[in-house]
Write a protein that binds this ligand. Sequence first.
Ligand code: PNS
Length: 167
Amino acid sequence: MKRVVCPGSFDPITFGHLDIIERASKLFDEVVIAVLVNKTKTTTFTVAERIEMIEESTKMFSNVKVDSWSGLLVDYCKANEINAIVKGLRAVTDFDYELQMSQINLQLQGIETLFMSTAPSHSFLSSSIVKEVASHGGDVSSYLPKPVVERLHTRLELLAAQAVNKK
Ligand code: PNS
């Protein structure tokens, strides 16, 4: 079985991620979306919330599953018999860091990285920029899967209220 991992923070999943996942699901028998558990990083959503949103957003793809991991991605790949990583490249600014990671992942455990060019309509999209727009009341429904839009507004309102209460 040809399996590939699509790793990331997915805080939250956007249409940019979904485009890469859908295209990868047509090339591989199974796509594993792996959500990084990074205890040192502050995130908008918990890992469980991010997994739930990804599962709801990808339920139409029968060969996509969702998991989480902590530590080195290549160790997760080895433990789960995955030989390749798929990543979306939005612009040349993504390239330096992605190239470096792909090379170290190849050297560490022989794991290949395949880069897919992001659809031009999504090339400016990132979870951070969408959160920025939403935090100022902008409409983000064309950037996020439906199960995510409402949750993001609710979470940002909660975080804003908490910030006011702290003052
Ligand atoms: O969505 P992101 O935050 O850009 O995803 C980056 C991610 C999680 C794919 C990358 O940071 C990663 O693979 N981290 C796990 C640790 C690791 O294996 N690093 C690469 C070799 S040092």
